[in-house]
Design a protein around this ligand. Structure first.
Ligand SMILES: Nc1nc2c(ncn2[C@@H]2O[C@H](COP(=O)(O)OP(=O)(O)OP(=O)(O)O)[C@@H](O)[C@H]2O)c(=O)[nH]1
Ligand SMILES: C=C(OP(=O)(O)O)C(=O)O
Length: 211
């Protein structure tokens, strides 16, 4: 079963506004890129993942994610996150989603992500449309289609309940690193306890070293 993971991202200067200043003097774009670099590196290495595709309105600003093994594609001016995912799904698989490929959406702010935990979630889904809720139980960090089926994303406030209501299976595998997206400074502290990936850890060290 081939799994392609879409990783939606606003242009880095615009995204993750709630984290502005959380890394002291580090530029905001560096912070957004570090979080995404750790996410992409782990996703590319996860068992069962064939392809990782970053979907964004600013391909140029995120080109370095290509060096980590992701493809970076334009969201064609999509108006929001769900629309950007639909644009990429259509672009990669065509309008009818023929074949048995699984498409997923993975949040770009999972700096503690462990490849094995993502692999366990894919294995538990086992070809069913499924999702992982974030550690608060309200948001969604990963949504997977059934083979050949539509992703039908419902990201946004209360997305875990929305995905469950749409018939997606709530995965129960213990995967703290997959559930720990970083929207706030508190989330960053939590991910730090789990163990940050090298890009985010190094940026944090540099930011703290500057008086
Ligand atoms: N390509 C694309 N990605 C988006 C869009 N809107 C949100 N995203 C991305 O989807 C993910 C989750 O979105 P949000 O939780 O709203 O995150 P955010 O807007 O970056 O963060 P805040 O500004 O703190 O709310 C983030 O990686 C966003 O950058 C969009 O219109 N297009
Ligand atoms: C958009 C979502 O993510 P976040 O927690 O980053 O706002 C979501 O969980 O649906």
């Amino acid at each position: 079963m081939a799994v392609t993971l879409l990783v939606p991202m606003k242009p880095p200067r615009a995204g993750k506004s709630r984290l502005r200043g959380a890394f002291g003097v580090a530029p905001h774009t560096s912070l957004v890129l570090a979080l995404a670099s750790d996410t992409v590196s782990a996703a590319v290495a996860a068992p069962g993942v064939d392809r990782v595709v970053v979907v964004t309105g600013d391909v140029e600003a995120l080109a370095t994610l290509g060096d980590l093994g992701a493809d970076v594609v334009d969201d064609e001016g999509a108006e929001d996150l769900n629309a950007a995912l639909l644009v990429a799904e259509r672009r990669l698989f065509g309008p009818s989603r023929a074949g048995d490929a699984v498409v997923g959406a993975l949040q770009a702010d999972l700096p503690a992500l462990r490849p094995a935990e993502l692999g366990r979630a894919l294995a538990e889904a086992g070809g069913r449309r499924a999702f992982t809720a974030d550690r608060h139980g309200t948001g969604t960090t990963l949504l997977l289609s059934a083979p050949g089926g539509p992703l039908a994303p419902r990201f946004g406030v209360g997305s875990a309940a929305a995905h469950a209501a749409s018939g997606a299976l709530a995965l129960t595998t213990s995967a703290p690193s997959l559930r720990s997206d970083v929207d706030t400074a508190d989330d960053l502290a939590y991910a730090r306890e789990l163990g940050l990936g090298t890009h985010t850890a190094e940026l944090l060290t540099q930011a703290c070293a500057v008086p």
